[in-house]
Design a protein around this ligand. Sequence first.
Ligand code: NAP
Ligand code: G3P
Length: 472
Amino acid sequence: MEYKNLVNGEWVSSEKVIKINSPINNEEIGTIPAMTKEEADNAIKTAKIALKKWKNLAVVERAKYLYKAADILERDKDIIGNILAKEVSKGIKAAIGEVVRTADLIRYSAEEGLRTVGEIVEGGSFEAASKNKIAMVRREPMGLILAIAPFNYPVNLSASKIAPALIGGNVVLFKPPTQGAISSLLLVKAFYEAGIPAGVINTVTGRGSEIGDYLIEHPMVDFVNFTGSTGVGKRIGELAGMRPILLELGGKDGAIVAEDADLEKTAKDIVSGAFSYSGQRCTAIKRVLVVEEVADKLVQLIKIEVEKLKVGDPFENADITPLIDNKSADFIETLIKDALDKGAKALTPVKREGNLLWPVLFDEVTLDMQIAWEEPFGPILPIIRVKDVEEAIEICNTSEYGLQTSVFTRDIMRAFDIAKRLEVGTVQINNKTQRGPDNFPFLGIKGSGVGVQGIKYSIESMTKIKSIVIDW
Ligand code: NAP
Ligand code: G3P
């Protein structure tokens, strides 16, 4: 099937197309346009024209389109979920769940937008001479948002940018992940069917490495909202100039396990956090830092949970499914080899069939190994034994990343103390690292990002303050 871009209310194709095959069995799912720069220019220009009317609509008017789009998504959850599962090799239950989660995200964005109001500031609260001054502080849209999304949540992470942008009065130029573009376009189709005015959402498919720079540097783009790898994020930071950006990037989330943790629960949480969607989550647990005193016990419990994981077909709801491409599997293999060469102990079989990797649990991982620091984005979990929690905090804070960390201890005050000292965006206490629920703030610091997502925070990020002062 030939999928098209939505530009100014019309579905348009391009001369060149990109074939999208399933990572599961290489079945061809369809083709997407490889948009040219000239075509992208038109998409940008028509979006900018649409901005004037869209931003002047009452928020309640904008909200109506979001509510309708959410209902359409919910109606088509099985159709979209099936294509999503095929396109990014995600378990069918999780794929359909992603679509439902997205309908909820869009509804919540509409509601949050209705309550994103300004404030009045009194001059007299600063100095007597200004007692008759008041500032009316309100929020206005940034303008044209360039939204760029990653492959692993082609519907939810795309909507996490689009919905808050729209309710905030912005228009969106959306660049979907190439692998995941079909699912992303079906998300946009829901807004189209909801009657979104022409130009308010325009899409531009094509390889980011070919068209990305052009879009980011385009003078009519007012804001870049990106989720993806740290490497691309850094490039966006360099190219964006004075334009504001929101970057959600890579991670190396740790799980710190203290000697007093509930080890049975901890093991289950760690395995779920590390291996959901085959570890292809920025918030996956990507290393365990366990105090030596309880390490043997914890490792055994984790091994039992890993051995329960089902490997295979996303349509049979396997836990571990084929990775997004062979290049990713090759990268993970280099990390496995490096770890083994340097003395790590593989407690589960090291096995690969094409881009399907069996889950690997490594014990006795040392800090000279790449797996201790790199983001594998796959089903591999290193155990680093530490002498105490202090050492664990030190290792976590040394990371180039700063997305999330889990802390497992029965002593809640101790957990808060550790949380205060960790250099990350979010600390999960006695649970796995995760982005959801979508109304929570979601952010990374250091190499994990710039700015804050999470519905309310995304609306605030993509709107700017206008202060109107009057003497009365
Ligand atoms: P990616 O390779 O960085 O791609 C992300 C998006 O950026 C895709 O739409 C991609 O287009 C586009 N892109 C690629 N090169 C570009 C360029 N030079 N200029 C502009 N756009 C460009 O990341 P991914 O492989 O999709 O996702 C995996 C990575 O993203 C991991 O590092 C993961 O940790 C991170 N991630 C972070 C979060 C978070 O919320 N913090 C969430 C998910 C993923 P193409 O698809 O055409 O290449
Ligand atoms: O890597 C994508 C990130 O958004 C993960 O989301 O909810 O699975 O933690 P979640």
